[in-house]
Structure formats: structure tokens, C-alpha cells
Design a protein around this ligand. Structure first.
Ligand SMILES: Cc1cc2nc3c(=O)[nH]c(=O)nc-3n(C[C@H](O)[C@H](O)[C@H](O)COP(=O)(O)OP(=O)(O)OC[C@H]3O[C@@H](n4cnc5c(N)ncnc54)[C@H](O)[C@@H]3O)c2cc1C
Length: 283
């Protein structure tokens, strides 16, 4: 039996999109989802290894946004000085697998793999991040909330490369937190995870709140009713008492080997409460 496979490692973005233009190649970045996803199978078809595209690495501060290159690894996120609203993304970076995985795994790979348990999604969703997609036909942007449409499903066309994640400015001074619960402390797929962003105004009241929960629905969800109700709340004594079970209605957790749906809801409630409190404890 012959197995047809080809491997291309472009040196520039232009070479990469040219290689992807036929729309039949698979993209390889850090490979930390790509290879486990193959299981016992061997690679077939064309592979475009984008890991050499240095131009897509690193975080840039721009006039209206922070631009996170798609090929930025989790270790690079951890090493980069970033505003407070991205503390949650840093905490998530620390939770992605092990240090070895963080050294290889990229932000784009995490988003494009579109696992319901992808740690990078809730912190970016909470910041209204957008993704930038580039192909031979040009470039387009869309909200991350629209990009991931289901379990392992995105709106990426086969000829498109995710080149950057765009985090709009405006919440830089807001506190943020990410909490993840797994069956053990380290190297674990989450039962639930929560990212929150809270900005507090001069009178000690919440002026902006964002809450996103992952691993409790096919795609991570924002809790918009809770976000709206938190605005104006006094931060004295913490925010946990403002969180009620019905705020979790957008979630639709499943029973699986890691936890029951009921346990996931209970855990999510506690994580949201703790994450919100941690953002305002020193105000
Ligand atoms: C032991 C282990 C533990 C892990 N633990 C965690 C964890 O705790 N939390 C977590 O969230 N993840 C975890 N992961 C998954 C993985 O490490 C992350 O999702 C990582 O960010 C994937 O990035 P990558 O560069 O390795 O992606 P790859 O494996 O290279 O690619 C993943 C997918 O994205 C596509 N892709 C990659 N880059 C691009 C791009 N620029 N444009 C378009 N498509 C692209 C690929 O074609 C592929 O379909 C773990 C993996 C392993 C092996």
C-alpha cells in the first residue's frame, strides 16, 4: 500500500498561503493537537508546516489593539509583559499541558483545534477578541465568538491561515482572572474553566464585567445576563453573592468520563464566584 504525503515548510506568509491555495493541505504548527489527533494513523496528503513563520510570533501593542501573532506559543505569552486584562490569558497559558507543551503549542493551534476544553478560548472571548484569517484571496477578521461554531468546528476555510488574534483596547486597566478545575491539579483537561474581566470605577462599583465559561458547552459561552447585572454592583465584600444558578443558563454541560453535567454546573458556579472575588479583593 502506498501512502501519498507531502511536507512543505514555508519561510514566509506569502509562501504559506500559496501552498494552502489549493485548499487540500493540513496546517501544522506546534503539532501538540495535530499528532495526538492522528491516533494510530499516519499522515496522508499535504502538510504545510507553518512553525517557521517568525513574522506570526509575538505580541504587538498597536494604537487600538493588542495583536497576538497566531504562532505565539504559550511560553511566549507567559514571558511577555501584558496589561492586566490579559492576566487571565497568562493564567490559562500556565495551565496548557506541561512546560514542554507550552513551549510548542500555539495560540492559533488552540483556537483552530476548537476543543470545548481549549484553555485559550474563555480569556479571549471575555475580551471580545477577533481572529485574523489570511488566504491568497486576502485577509478577513471575525469575532472569536463567531469563529468557533462547534466541537472542533470553525469558520476557517481550508485555504486560510489564522495569522493573529486581535484584542481591542479599552479594558487594559481591568483586572482579569482564569480558574480551571480538573480531576487533578496539573496536566489535565478541564471539567470547567472560567475567565472573568472586571473594571471598577471610582466609587468602588463595577463599571464593566465580562464572564466566559468553557468545557460546559460545545463552545465556550459568555454569561451576558450576569455581566449586565454586575455593572453598578459595589465591590465591597466581594461579588460572589451576585452570582446565581440561573446566570449559568447559557451553558449546556454533558455527562462524560470527567464529570456529570450537574457537577459541572455546580463547579462553574463556584469558579465564577471565586474568579470575580479574586478580581476585586484588593480594591
Ligand atoms: C499532553 C498534552 C496536554 C495538553 N493539555 C492542554 C490543556 O491543558 N489545555 C489546552 O487547551 N490544550 C491542551 N493541549 C492541546 C494543545 O497543546 C493546545 O491546544 C495547543 O495550543 C495547540 O497548538 P499547536 O500549535 O500545537 O497546534 P497544532 O497541533 O499544530 O494544530 C492544531 C490544529 O490547528 C490547526 N492550526 C494550527 N495552527 C494554525 C493556524 N495558524 N491557522 C490555521 N489552522 C491552524 C491545525 O491544522 C490543527 O488542526 C494538550 C496537548 C497535549 C499533547
Amino acid at each position: 500500500m502506498s501512502i501519498k504525503a507531502s511536507y512543505i515548510k514555508p519561510r514566509t506568509l506569502e509562501e504559506a498561503v500559496t501552498a494552502l491555495a489549493a485548499g487540500e493541505a493540513r496546517i501544522l504548527a506546534g503539532g501538540t493537537d495535530f499528532y495526538p489527533g492522528l491516533g494510530d494513523r499516519v499522515v496522508r496528503g499535504a502538510v504545510v508546516d507553518v512553525s517557521g513563520l517568525g513574522e506570526l510570533r509575538g505580541v504587538r501593542s498597536e494604537a487600538d489593539c493588542f495583536r497576538i501573532g497566531g504562532l505565539t506559543t504559550w511560553s511566549e505569552i507567559l514571558r511577555t509583559p501584558l496589561p492586566r486584562c490579559l492576566d487571565a490569558l497568562k493564567s490559562a497559558a500556565r495551565e496548557v499541558g506541561s512546560v514542554q507543551i507550552q513551549n510548542r503549542g500555539t495560540v492559533a493551534g488552540n483556537l483552530c483545534n476548537a476543543s470545548p476544553a481549549a484553555d485559550g478560548v474563555p480569556p479571549l472571548l471575555a475580551l471580545d477578541a477577533e481572529v485574523e484569517l489570511v488566504s491568497g484571496a486576502g485577509s478577513r477578521r471575525m469575532p472569536l465568538a463567531e469563529f468557533i461554531v462547534g466541537n472542533r468546528k470553525t469558520q476557517r476555510r481550508p485555504d486560510e491561515l489564522l495569522t493573529a488574534v486581535i484584542v481591542p483596547r479599552g479594558l487594559e486597566d481591568a483586572a482579569s482572572a482564569f480558574l480551571k478545575l480538573g480531576a487533578r491539579r496539573y496536566l489535565v483537561i478541564s471539567i470547567s474553566m472560567v475567565a472573568v474581566v472586571v473594571r471598577v470605577g471610582n466609587a468602588g462599583k463595577v463599571s464593566e464585567a465580562r464572564v466566559a465559561v468553557g468545557s460546559c458547552s460545545a463552545v465556550a459561552r459568555r454569561l451576558r445576563v450576569l455581566e449586565a447585572e454586575l455593572v453598578g454592583a459595589s465591590v465591597r465584600g466581594g461579588l460572589s453573592s451576585a452570582v446565581r444558578r440561573e446566570h449559568l443558563d447559557p451553558l449546556s454541560p454533558i455527562d462524560d468520563v470527567r464529570a456529570t453535567a450537574e457537577y459541572r454546573m455546580d463547579a462553574s458556579l463556584r469558579l465564577v464566584q471565586r474568579a470575580l472575588d479574586s478580581c476585586v479583593e484588593n480594591v
